[in-house]
Ligand binder design. Sequence first.
Ligand code: G4P
Length: 272
Amino acid sequence: MRYKKVPVKKIVNKIIDECDVILLVLDARDPETTRNRELEEKIKKMNKELIYVLNKADLVPKEVLEKWEEKLENAVFVSAKHRMGTKILRDKIKEHLKKNNIKEGKVGVVGYPNVGKSSIINALTGKRSALTGSLAGLTKGEQWIRLTKNIKLLDTPGVLEMKDEDELIISGALRLEKAENLISPALKVLRRLHDFDKTIISNYYGVEVDEIDGELLKKIGKKLKYLKKGNEVDLDRTARSIIKDFQDGKLNYYNVRIKKYGQERRRNIEFI
Ligand code: G4P
């Protein structure tokens, strides 16, 4: 099995030791799953500023983002891919540094694989060149990039270790085509949504939900008319479709039906 990136635990520790502001990048489609409570506690204990950066907000309906905004303290919505929300993020960093009278603030980015850490660093830095010479204590190759007169950003993100293969599949870090088993991550998605709100699955698929198990997958597959020869339900196709809809933000925590795509949805985050 191939992972896209090798976790570099060391950098996570360096970032929380050395930085004043830590951007914990979450996937806006699934912020709870991409949080890391242990790390959050540690950051808070060290009296550092923790900002939740909910990236890929372009894939999430505005109504859903608003719910997360109510739930999460100190959250900023961003679409690194479309370079949206980065000004708000920059302003939030500036505000913290000003309030705490920090003359030269250091900012670091951490998060699970595939949430968009590198994209956020690129969106924040644009074409700025790195400062010459790395700061002491950092591995060769990592550099600080100046965002403003008072802000330096570490150009290498801290990668948190993903718990297991299912999580990598759900988050998109492991492509669906490369995954061997889609049933287990699909059931995980369904279970998570169901724990959050018991009406989501029945509303989305029009099926009755008793247990979150293979039988439910069959019911959903039948509804979707994903049948193989002999009228047997194609469970793999059904599982793929569930994960895909979740990744696309269509099947979401807040039971919101998305009718429009592309430009329309992208505009959503401007309102937050
Ligand atoms: P990482 O450093 O946290 O591992 O994430 P990275 O920036 O490499 O981004 C992971 C994938 O998520 C990339 O897709 C990237 O394009 C996509 N992505 C990042 N930010 C956003 C965003 O705001 N919105 C959307 N919709 N996607 C985003 P990929 O398929 O791996 O690469 P690519 O084909 O897009 O280049």
